[in-house]
Write a protein that binds this ligand. Structure first.
Ligand SMILES: Cc1cc2nc3c(=O)[nH]c(=O)nc-3n(C[C@H](O)[C@H](O)[C@H](O)COP(=O)(O)O)c2cc1C
Length: 260
């Protein structure tokens, strides 16, 4: 009966009662929580299931070696649960040099990418480029009808910066992967870059502004193709210590557990 209940949840070739059986179940539950809950709400309440702490695993005859779990990385979880950006306007020198930046860029590109289209690329904007872009903001802002304050704020986004990575979203024609998914992948590059910079001890901040979608700014300032836009400017530098925390979402208010 237990086999019948688990059968829809487990790939056929794994439905063998070997000594790693319960480790497999724990692994499947951990890595497929939504599918498990949708397809069999009772799975976590099976009698003697080690998912319910306090229950012993059944005595099962050994036929195969125990399957190893992926290693835990508690320091990574700790980072993800405490990470925070530093406002770009608080970032100062020094900024990472090329050798320090390269591993951050490599981590930035290690993201989910449906269809392996790689629909993004990065521009490393160094000081002279940022000063040039500040001048372009100063010229284009008033033409867009922006207030003096808004133009000045966005001009300083570049004028005061010493290093920023422009993540370019470059969706490709695809019968399978909609442009929106490709843009999400570019967003993933932004977060991955941001986190890699933070995890490397730098301050970093993901900004956009009106320039990220302004065609003339993108064409003239960054030589982007007409189909390309900016997913984010990831500013990187030295942050004041400590960076103040900001209010965080209420997990309960933002999460709905769906079980039927
Ligand atoms: C796509 C995107 C664009 C953003 N653009 C701006 C911006 O132009 N100006 C700004 O002040 N904050 C902007 N933010 C918010 C900053 O990144 C903000 O500092 C961030 O939410 C801090 O969150 P964290 O501490 O969790 O990293 C943007 C955020 C995202 C995701």
């Amino acid at each position: 009966m237990m086999r019948d209940r688990l059968a829809p949840l487990i790939p056929r070739n794994r439905l063998v009662l070997h000594p790693g059986f319960w480790a497999d179940i724990r692994h499947i539950v951990r890595h497929n929580p939504v599918r498990l809950r949708c397809r069999d709400r009772a799975v976590a309440h099976l009698p003697c299931c080690p998912l319910d702490t306090g229950h012993a695993s059944p005595d099962i005859t050994s036929t195969q070696p125990e399957r190893a779990m992926p290693p835990k990385r508690p320091h990574v979880m700790d980072f993800l649960q405490t990470r925070r950006s530093s406002p770009a306007k608080t970032l100062s020198l020094p900024v990472p040099g090329r050798g320090q930046l390269e591993p951050i860029l490599a981590a930035g590109l290690r993201v989910p990418d449906h269809g392996k289209l790689e629909p993004w690329h990065m521009l490393v904007l160094e000081r002279q480029a940022l000063i040039r872009l500040a001048g372009l903001v100063d010229r284009l802002g008033p033409m867009r009808g922006l207030t003096r304050e808004r133009v000045e704020k966005t001009r300083r986004q570049f004028a005061d910066a010493h290093l920023a990575i422009a993540v370019v979203s470059a969706p490709l024609p695809s019968p399978k992967v909609p442009a929106s998914e490709q843009q999400l992948s570019a967003g993933a590059v932004c977060l991955s870059l941001l986190n890699a910079a933070l995890a490397s001890g730098w301050g970093a901040n993901w900004l956009t502004g009106w320039m990220a979608t302004d065609r003339e700014f993108l064409n003239t300032g960054l030589q982007l193709a007409p189909s390309e836009t900016i997913a984010g400017f990831i500013h990187i530098g030295t942050a004041p210590n400590p960076t103040p925390e900001r209010p965080r979402p209420d997990i309960g208010a933002k999460t709905t557990w769906v079980n039927s």
